[in-house]
Write a protein that binds this ligand. Structure first.
Ligand SMILES: [Zn+2]
Length: 321
């Protein structure tokens, strides 16, 4: 069995299901006893999913833990440590039947495999889940729009973690649900807070996370299927701004709080094309950016390590001083 996490609920009827185990716990202590590292420290976790009676509620897998395991592994390359003080802010929407997916994608489903006291006297619970890669809080790996781009398992943990800046366009996005974040928005941020640092993770806050999980207000339509795609209306990053970023700044990744880095009415997904041609991944449907300062937070954004994956569910969190 590959390394995975057991939430306390797996063997304890009254314990926390996965979505309610906090980020600090995960970072420091809850590593499955079976999570043995392979000789080259290639750690893979998957969810030992758990039931939550009522809404069948699950957060994406524990992607913070492999970071901690690797940090403790003598043979692995050193990874810069996050800031030591501060608190973790979870930027991940939970995965449930309410989770929003692209109109043509398969939504998240969770099925109960077992949830009962066994005939040996102990309690045991386990579920299985399925979904498209691109839905909920997730990563677009460069191969999503670039044939030679990296698959999700090939992105280094170093690229997926680092200092973040948050460019806030909530006012403009509230006034225009087809708003595209411009070069001027980036320059206005830099005029106020300084140049985007080398190797930054650049987050764009449109304010649309507050509308989650209402498909009508978040995506522009609650319809499903191919015909619904033309009805999508939400803000994104203008292709000119994506081109400006890759030409003028060195960044690790981008993220935003809508369903796609290109706005809802995009036909060519040019911002995806521009970023992913440079092996820059995008974090989409990011939550709770209102809790982040414009500068000074540290991001850890670790997706499920799907071999050959074009994207994956993402557990993203920020350490804020
Ligand atoms: Zn995606």
């Amino acid at each position: 069995m590959k390394p995975h996490i057991h939430t306390p609920l797996t063997y304890n009827h009254s314990a926390k299901p996965f979505g309610f185990v906090n980020v600090s716990d995960k970072w420091s202590s809850i590593v499955d006893k079976q999570a043995k590292m392979t000789s080259d420290c290639d750690v893979v976790l998957h969810v030992s999913a758990m039931p939550y009676t009522g809404s069948m509620y699950i957060k994406s897998s524990l992607f913070v833990v492999p970071f901690a395991i690797i940090a403790a592994c003598h043979t692995c390359a050193a990874i810069a440590a996050p800031q030591k003080s501060g608190k973790w802010i979870d930027l991940t929407h939970p995965f449930s039947e309410k989770t929003l997916y692209w109109p043509t994608a398969k939504s998240f489903t969770l099925e109960q495999e077992f949830h009962a006291h066994t005939d040996k006297g102990y309690f045991y619970a386990a579920n299985r889940y399925s979904a498209s890669e691109h839905g909920g809080t997730h990563i677009d790996s460069p191969i999503h729009f670039s044939e030679k781009g990296k698959t999700v398992d090939k992105l280094s943990l170093d690229q997926l973690s680092g200092d973040a800046i948050v460019i806030d366009v909530t006012r403009k996005a509230a006034a225009n649900r087809d708003y595209q974040i411009s070069v001027d928005d980036i320059k206005a941020f830099e005029a106020k807070y300084g140049r985007i640092p080398k190797d930054a993770i650049v987050l764009f806050r449109t304010g649309y996370a507050k509308r989650w999980p209402n498909a009508e207000t978040y995506l522009g339509t609650s319809e499903r299927g191919q015909d619904a795609v033309a009805k999508l209306h939400f803000p994104g990053l203008h292709p000119d701004a994506a081109r400006w970023l890759v030409k003028n700044r060195t960044i690790k990744a981008v993220g935003l709080d809508t369903a796609s880095i290109d706005y809802g009415q995009s036909k060519l997904f040019e911002s995806h094309q521009v970023l992913m041609a440079k092996n820059i991944p995008a974090f989409e449907n990011v939550a709770s950016m209102d809790k982040l300062p414009p500068t000074g937070s540290y991001i850890a954004a670790f997706p499920m390590k799907i071999q050959g994956g074009t994207g994956a569910p993402l557990r993203i969190a920020a350490m804020v001083k």
